[in-house]
Design a protein around this ligand. Structure first.
Ligand SMILES: *[C@@H]1O[C@H](CO)[C@@H](O)[C@H](O)[C@H]1NC(C)=O
Length: 802
């Protein structure tokens, strides 16, 4: 009874902490887009264009786009609870824009926030003329009105709006100019525009449900329509008026408006603030809030960062400032790249390839339902691999994202994890790509939009769960044995005789780490769906052993990815990695390795939540899988682990391709340090003719006939998350535990870690971005950028947090 009583304040503290996560830059597909974690609510966005000519409006910046030619955009600091600072270098428009975002807790509806948008010329000797539009719109229930009286030529002072929604309750939005702004003035025809020069222009417009994400197009249409009218008299004139005078919102508010936009145009440096004030919070916001709040945020971020990711002693002190700034930026971009998505997705319950068809496992779906269908809308808080190129949720990436995010803000990583767990359906399936809503779909080619309920993806999510458990155990251990069972001293804010400094830092700011009760309650709540998900994997991705007279200690543990095509195994996550021909009798090495890993993590979770029988059975399955990895996949002839396939005589044979695939049992630390197979694997890993490069481990051996061929996506380029797995396995197991290869593993670990850090950092300094992958011959960053998803793991590699 007293336990429950003690838990009440805990639960309310957790709810309060959850409040600080309500708002965020949860539209990471935009350069700057704030919204709350509420399905249909207030959406804000920033857009801008140059006014030095008439053409640049056609290149208006809004959603992150590699084609924009932005030199870099990066959160230099971003904290989940406090806010952050982002720097955008728009070279083509000669402006560096800084967006500062400060959360201000208080009241009963998730608090208030302030944002400052400021800019300066990148090159002061060249004109820098920028027109910016801040907009906000409402989806769903509620309303917004403009409180400032309308003026037909725009405003000189502040602009104020008030609104209300069921979740946010009453709020106001104010937009306030900075002190030293200049505006384009003078020049040809300036006299005709005098009344409008230097003013703030505006528009309020009704937008049909579901169309708010197209705010940029809607607003530009208004500007262009108006400009055409103004420019008509100058049709034949060689010198039309300055674009700054013409490319303006029309200063109208229509009845029933749910989209409002405020436009400001500047010459040179500028600054303006946006305040969102929740009515239930009594604190008034002003520019002083930002003047003081942002430097304080930057300072506290720096301190916290050094605690969370201590700078390694093996790197020279003179590199510290630049490496630490880099490490902060990639962490901030991962965390600041978290988005909140809501909407329908497309699922085809009946699709299958011919080699998948004989399965009796595809019982999903209603009878008669064929073809792609829209699902019910779903919500998801998720990190994103790339704000420009992959601004949506990816299952296989997310486990890695959460490892990193969990080290910064454990409870935020749990909030994300919970949303993913909630997507697991009754069968235990979760779609590998989460393309929720029209806005998300607009970024995905049609042929990749449909998800299929017997397709899997590497089960990485449980990594985040076991990482959480080990944080809880660490703090419990620090608390001493007497507290371990109840942990009440932590719940109540301190152990009796413990030196508090270490534990306090370990679980800093985390309700769930500090309270074993909350931790258990959380894990119990996700355990059921996780188990369903695990069972789904075992049921739907099973491979055939008996049918082809394969000899193995376990008659059941073999696995095969469904949904592969002739050329691709997208579900494996290693799309074009060489494999054998599609066949119902294939067995995939990476999948069986993932299943051993999945079983091992499920065992740990079951043990932690006290599901003793389950833990035993997960352990037995894990052992059976480990036997079969050797029995079914080791090729003595090739001295490597391989896929297995079936030939025309129905004989099983090995399909061997040296690269990430052949290394899986090592990457996931499945082999004991004494395994005789480790020797040849480490040899191939360290061989410059095979996997080793000065920039990291390449995906396919340089000696493989397909190295660098075709799409060359997984046929050579270096992927950081795979290198992270290698480093983690070496650090925690092969370089740490006794065995014949320990010294070798240590040497490889040291050198590989250095190669990865140095190259990703060098390319960041050279290009302004971190990249999706790196060329294994030159180290050059390749494909999507910024790619601050799993490439950000470099922070963990630098701090040796595995
Ligand atoms: C946290 O807040 C969000 C947004 O209001 C809400 O959907 C979620 O249920 C809350 N979670 C908890 C654990 O209170």
């Amino acid at each position: 009874m007293h336990l429950l009583w003690l838990l009440l304040p805990l639960a309310s503290a957790a709810a309060e902490a959850n409040d600080t996560l309500l708002w965020g830059p949860y539209r990471p597909n935009l350069y700057f887009g704030l919204r709350p974690r509420i399905p249909q609510s207030l959406m804000t966005g920033l857009m801008w264009f140059g006014t030095h000519d008439y053409l640049s409006i056609s290149k208006t910046r809004h959603s992150c786009d590699q084609g924009d030619g932005i030199s870099s955009y990066t959160w230099t600091e971003y904290d989940t609870r406090e806010g952050g600072v982002q720097v955008i270098k728009d070279g083509p428009n000669n402006v560096q824009i800084t967006t500062e975002f400060l959360k201000v807790a208080g009241g009963d509806h998730g608090g208030s926030w302030a944002a400052r948008i400021k800019g300066e010329p990148m090159n002061p000797d060249v004109p820098s003329r920028t027109s910016l539009i801040f907009y906000f719109g409402l989806e769903g229930l509620g309303g917004i009105d403009m409180d400032t009286d309308e003026l037909e030529n725009g405003f000189e002072g502040d602009v104020k709006f008030s609104g209300s929604t069921p979740e946010l309750d009453d709020f106001t939005i104010r937009i306030v100019d900075g002190p030293n702004n200049n505006h384009v003035s003078g020049g040809l025809h300036a006299d005709k525009f005098e009344e409008r020069i230097g003013k703030t222009h505006y528009l309020g417009q009704p937008v049909p449900r579901g169309n708010l994400w197209q705010a940029k197009e809607l607003l530009l249409q208004n500007i262009i329509k108006r400009a055409q009218e103004i420019l008509a008299p100058y049709k034949d004139s060689p010198s039309p008026p300055d674009p700054s005078y013409v490319l303006q919102l029309p200063d109208d508010v229509y009845t029933g408006s749910n989209l409002y936009a405020v436009q400001k145009s500047f010459d040179g440096e500028f600054q303006f603030d946006v305040f969102f004030e929740s009515a239930s919070s009594k604190q008034k916001l002003s520019s002083a809030t930002l003047d003081q709040g942002i430097p304080a945020l930057v300072a506290s971020y720096g301190k916290r960062f050094q605690n969370a990711f201590p700078f390694p002693s093996d790197y020279p002190a003179e590199k510290r400032d630049s490496l630490e700034a880099f490490s902060k930026a990639i962490t901030s971009n991962l965390v600041g790249g978290v988005g909140y998505f809501y909407g329908t997705s497309i699922v085809n319950r009946k699709f299958s390839y011919e080699w998948d068809e004989e399965d009796d496992t595809q019982t999903n779906g209603e009878d008669g339902e064929t073809g792609p269908r829209l699902t019910e809308p779903k919500a998801l808080l998720t990190a994103t691999p790339s704000r420009s190129f992959f601004p949506r949720g990816f299952y296989w990436d997310e486990g890695f994202h959460l490892l990193h995010i969990g080290e910064w803000d454990n409870d935020f990583s749990l909030a994300i994890l919970k949303d993913w767990i909630d997507l697991i359906d009754d069968d235990g399936w979760v779609a590998r790509e989460q393309i929720l809503g029209e806005e998300a779909r607009s970024k995905v080619p049609a042929e990749f939009q449909t998800q299929v309920p017997n397709y899997a993806n590497p089960p990485t999510l449980t990594m985040a769960v076991t990482a959480f458990i080990s944080r809880v155990k660490k703090i419990a251990a620090a608390a001493g044995p007497s507290d371990q069972d109840l942990g009440m001293d932590f719940a109540m804010g301190g152990g009796a005789q413990e030196p508090l400094s270490a534990p306090a830092e370990l679980g800093a700011g985390s309700q769930y780490i500090q309270s074993p009760e909350l931790a258990h309650a959380f894990l119990k709540s996700i355990y059921g769906p996780l188990k369903r998900h695990y069972d789904w994997f075992r049921r739907t991705q099973r491979g055939q052993i008996k049918q082809y007279a394969r000899v193995a200690r376990s008659r059941t543990e073999g696995y095969r990815w469904r949904g592969r095509s002739e050329q691709h195994v997208l579900t494996s996550g290693m799309d074009d990695y060489p494999r054998g021909p599609p066949h119902a009798g294939e067995l995939h090495l990476d999948l069986i390795s993932w299943m051993a890993f999945f079983s091992g993590t499920m065992k740990d979770i079951a043990e932690f939540v006290g599901e003793v029988d389950d833990a035993t059975s997960f352990g037995e399955i894990e052992q059976a899988i480990l036997y079969n990895i050797d029995d079914l996949h080791w090729s003595e002839k090739d001295q490597m682990y391989c896929d297995a396939n079936v030939d025309n005589e129905d004989e099983s044979y090995h399909v061997c391709h040296q690269g990430y695939l052949s290394m899986f049992p090592l990457l996931l630390a499945l082999l004991p340090p004494s395994s005789p197979h480790l020797g040849p694997m480490l040899d191939a890993l360290r061989d410059p003719e095979q996997l080793w490069s000065p920039y990291g481990l390449r995906s396919l051996s340089a000696s493989h006939p397909e190295f660098g061929q075709g799409e060359n996506y997984w046929k050579g380029p270096i992927w950081i998350q795979m290198n992270y797995l290698a480093l983690r396995a070496l650090y925690k197991k092969y370089a740490a535990e006794e065995g014949p290869y320990k010294a070798r593993a240590q040497e490889i670990y040291q050198q590989l870690r250095k190669n990865i850090i140095d190259n990703v950092f060098k390319e960041y300094e050279r290009t302004g971005y971190v990249w999706e992958q790196y060329d294994s011959l030159t180290g050059t960053g390749m494909r999507s950028h910024p790619f601050t998803g799993w490439t950000s793991l470099v922070t963990l590699i630098l701090a040796e947090t595995y």
